[in-house]
Ligand binder design. Structure first.
Ligand code: ARG
Ligand code: ZN
Length: 854
């Protein structure tokens, strides 16, 4: 069934209070729920409590047991006719958490019992109106075997605990803040705690706990630092204070997504909590910091103010991603963080926008809401908030966010509520800007600069267009904020940046005082999530790559310089590769630049990004061209790469920005050196692998070796496997590195790895490490035999029977068939059709595959 935004109706019944009693056991858990229900407005509709796979063992109304004819089940939901306006409903159900392979609702992971309710998992735990606009006060009692489950956690504050006569123990937690059921959580298990505390701005002390398996305790320090920094940052930047006496985080090994912001009890995929230098890369450390912050920030943007319905998902996710991005930028480098975020946006969201699964930031319809936790909702949603913040400026943006939190605290709000708070609090008209929420697709902007020597003026002509997306053939012009500067060639400076608002299909802007034609720097800082085409020459781009004072624009000029050469070469044009080599050399030796920035700027665009720049993607030609340019860069600057690689070797490990930057540059230098084909390349990579005292350098060396054939490659993979085979998160890297390798046999290796004894479909991280990474490896996945497509389709079919949510996430790479030649497109469609023909296919996979075939 298709759910539509336009069909929203307020709930028929509210549930101001709920009392839950869990008799926990992996094989047989009983859940008694007592709901106070209240009729919402004048109507005569029955009470409908959602349920998914639940059997009511008892149903009582106001204490009276109902006969089986007094209630009905309708598609899993419990329907009870009620006469009065307020009643007490009691139900009893029984579950087997250990058999819950979907990892939604109450499930078992590594000996723990835990929950995941967003978006619609609570209905797998008890009968309840499972929609985010029903807010309730929760009281939760848990009872379990104290030997296996000594720790019992739930939302809010612990208020009572004790032992029962039969040797079991129990605890009661209450949460004073009314919340939607998707924020419900409990955890039971044998957990150790990294305990700390934080004093809020009003002087309240909050007890912080990060709960993990005892052996993992030494790996929780970074997460705890990130949590305390997040709490302080949200007070300082948004005026938001934490509101309960305790804040707990639990790490679990089996988790469908990154983490979950359950009120006062965040539950995390362990990969976003655990980090130490031996097993975590700098990227992993940053992931921990960013996700801890993200979930913490949800306490206000998501929990205190929640979503009215799931079409408003970006209200909490887009805003919270924006908040965590800015937090991470403040903790490290603004320039590098922006470059990383834009890279992710282009790789994931621009591709989504250009394909069959394109949807607006506020979708109009869905079949399975789990399929809408997308880069569009999250990352493009964050870009929308960023544009509003840019147009308003910091003070007025803060006034808007203050108004939003004040006005909607305790409510289930909409994206429109947010925009209106920005308009009223910030004093701006966002009329046309609202189209960013409505129209799917990435706007294209063409910028042409015309210089008039006689009047010493330049005219900047901007034209916008937006390709059609499914269900939206015609697009209206967007309001696009473009930070722009015009550089004098002599002196290499500009007269000040301007924020140009492009609101019409075509618009021109005139600037005076230019005796000579300036160089255009546009969409600085990536101020709008658009694709810009300019008429800038390679010389102009080289100029900007050396002189632009906006770090993102400088990076972008360098990337565009490389893209032009590579795409030109693939098209058989005569291209000037020497200009790329020269720009890279000048960047590398610039003493004023941050090494982390240098590493970003000189890295060749990914094969996938190059594919996005072509009318039809030719994976083989792209690989060959990119590989050749990488080799030339390696060869021509070989002494430089050797020098950098030697010079950036640290004596001892540190997580300082300088040390992280040095590692990033060192790893980039290694890639260049090995790509040059020098005879000792593999040996240099192997010694980096062997000598490293940290995973950042070890994993990068392994990845570099994995791209080519050498004895060192096999040796390093063996050593890595034997060293980390008992550490799941690190073994994931072993699978992932091989699946992502630019090696001609990757497709066959992935097939073998799928049969490896350590491969399992029951752990989502492991599945993503192998098949998720492989789906992102353009050259290997699009092997012209179609083997890659078949492997991923086989995995989707098998995984769908266990975990449809995670299976559905593997579909998008197959859905991009339009972008490839006819032979590949036919093979991809064939696999999609084969999946669709599977009997008993889930709603999740059916929606993604069905849309992909349209
Ligand atoms: N709200 C969580 C977060 O962004 C993600 C939950 C995703 N769950 C799901 N079933 N789609 O932090
Ligand atoms: Zn989130």
């Amino acid at each position: 069934a298709i759910i539509r935004r336009q069909d929203y109706r307020p709930p028929d019944w509210l549930v101001p209070e709920i009392d839950l009693d869990f008799a926990l056991d992996p094989a047989r858990t009983q859940i008694r729920a007592v709901l106070s229900v209240a009729r919402n407005g004048a109507h005569d509709r029955y009470l409908k409590l959602d349920g998914d796979g639940l059997v009511p063992l008892e149903v009582k109304v106001d204490g009276r047991p109902l006969e089986s004819g007094e209630w009905t089940l309708d598609g899993g939901a419990l329907i009870i006719p009620l006469t009065g306006d307020a009643h007490q409903i009691e139900t009893l159900v029984e579950l087997a958490p250990e058999n819950n392979s979907k990892l939604m609702g109450l499930y078992a992971s590594g000996g723990l019992l835990c929950t995941q309710c967003e978006a619609e998992g609570f209905r797998r735990i008890t009968f309840f109106p499972d929609r985010p606009d029903v807010l309730s006060r929760y009281s939760v009692r848990m009872e379990a075997d104290p030997a296996r489950f000594p720790v019992l956690l739930a939302n809010g504050d612990p208020i009572e605990q004790g032992s029962s006569a039969d040797g079991r123990h129990w605890a009661r937690w209450t949460d004073p803040f009314p919340k939607p059921c998707y924020l419900f959580a409990l955890v039971a298990g044998d957990l150790a705690c990294n305990a700390d505390s934080f004093v809020t701005m009003s002087g309240r002390e909050v007890k912080l706990g990060i709960w993990v398996k005892e052996a993992d305790l030494p790996r929780t320090g970074h997460a705890m630092e990130a949590l305390k920094n997040s709490m302080a940052w949200d007070e300082r930047v948004y005026g938001r204070e934490y509101d309960l006496d305790v804040f707990n985080i639990v790490a679990v090994a089996d988790f469908n997504f990154g983490a979950m912001e359950n009120k006062g009890l965040n539950i995390f995929n362990s990969r976003y909590i655990l980090a130490d230098p031996e097993t975590a890369t700098d990227i992993d450390y940053d992931g921990v910091e960013g996700v801890v912050a993200h979930e913490y920030f949800h306490n206000w943007s998501g929990n205190r103010v929640t979503c009215r319905d799931w079409f408003q998902l970006s209200l909490k996710e887009g805003f919270t991603v924006f908040r965590d991005q800015n937090f991470s930028a403040d903790m490290g480098s603004h320039a590098v963080k922006r470059i990383e975020d834009v890279r992710v946006l282009r790789a994931a969201q621009f591709q989504e926008d250009a394909g069959p699964l394109a949807h607006p930031v506020r979708p109009e319809s869905y079949i399975e809401i789990s399929n809408f936790y997308t880069a569009t909702i999250y990352n493009k949603g964050a870009e929308l908030i960023r544009m509003m913040a840019l147009m308003l400026g910091p003070e007025r943006f803060r006034a808007g966010s203050d108004l939003y939190f004040k006005r909607h605290d305790g409510q289930a709000a909409t994206c429109e509520d947010f925009v209106r708070a920005m308009e009223e609090g910030g004093g701006i008209d966002l009329g046309q800007f609202r189209r960013w929420y409505e129209q799917a697709g990435t706007p294209h902007v063409r910028a042409t600069l015309r210089h008039d020597e006689a009047t010493q003026t330049v005219e900047l002509l901007l034209e916008q267009s937006m390709p059609p997306t499914p269900g939206q053939p015609d697009k209206q012009p967007m309001a696009i904020p473009l930070r722009t500067a015009l550089f004098d060639r002599i002196g290499s400076a500009h007269k000040g940046e301007e924020l140009l608002m492009l609101t019409q299909p075509q618009q021109s802007f005139t600037f005076g005082g230019f005796a000579e034609a300036p160089v255009l720097s546009i969409n600085r800082g990536f101020s709008a999530p658009v694709i810009v085409a300019t008429d800038r020459s390679q010389g102009d781009l080289a100029f900007l790559s050396a002189h632009d004072d906006d770090p993102f624009a400088r990076y972008e000029a360098m990337q565009q310089l490389m893209v032009n050469v590579l795409v030109g070469r693939i098209a058989g044009q005569n291209v000037d590769e020497a200009a790329v080599v020269a720009a890279i050399r000048d960047t590398v030796v610039d003493p004023h630049l941050d090494p982390a920035f240098i590493a970003e700027a000189i890295r060749l665009p990914s094969e996938a990004y190059l594919g996005d720049q072509m009318a039809k993607v030719d994976p083989d030609a792209i690989h060959i061209a990119r590989d050749a340019l990488q080799r030339r860069i390696g060869q021509e600057l070989e002494p430089l790469w050797r020098d950098i690689h030697a010079r950036t070797k640290a004596n001892s490990f540190s997580l300082s920005s300088a040390a992280k930057g040095a590692r990033k540059l060192r790893n980039t230098a290694l890639i260049c050196l090995v790509a040059s084909g020098v005879p000792d390349g593999a040996a240099v990579a192997f010694s980096q692998f062997d000598e490293a005292d940290n995973m950042t350098e070890r994993q990068a060396a392994l990845a570099t070796l994995a791209n080519g054939a050498s004895d060192e490659r096999e040796a390093a993979l063996d050593i890595f496997y034997n060293r980390y085979r008992n550490d799941a998160l690190t073994l994931d890297k072993w699978f992932q590195t091989q699946a992502f390798a630019l090696h001609p046999d990757t497709v066959d290796l992935v097939e073998e790895l799928g049969r490896h004894p350590d491969f399992t479909l029951s752990n989502p991280n492991r599945v993503r490490s192998l098949y998720g990474a492989f789906g992102g490896n353009q050259w290997a996945f699009h092997h012209r035999s179609g083997k890659g497509y078949r492997l991923v389709a086989n995995c989707i079919i098998a995984l769908d029977k266990l975990n449809p949510q995670t299976a559905a996430r593997l579909v998008p790479p197959l859905g991009r068939w339009c972008r490839f030649d006819d032979e590949r497109a036919a093979l991809m469609r064939g696999e999609l059709q084969r999946i669709l023909a599977e009997p008993g296919l889930s709603k999740d996979v059916t929606e993604q595959v069905g849309k992909s075939l349209e």
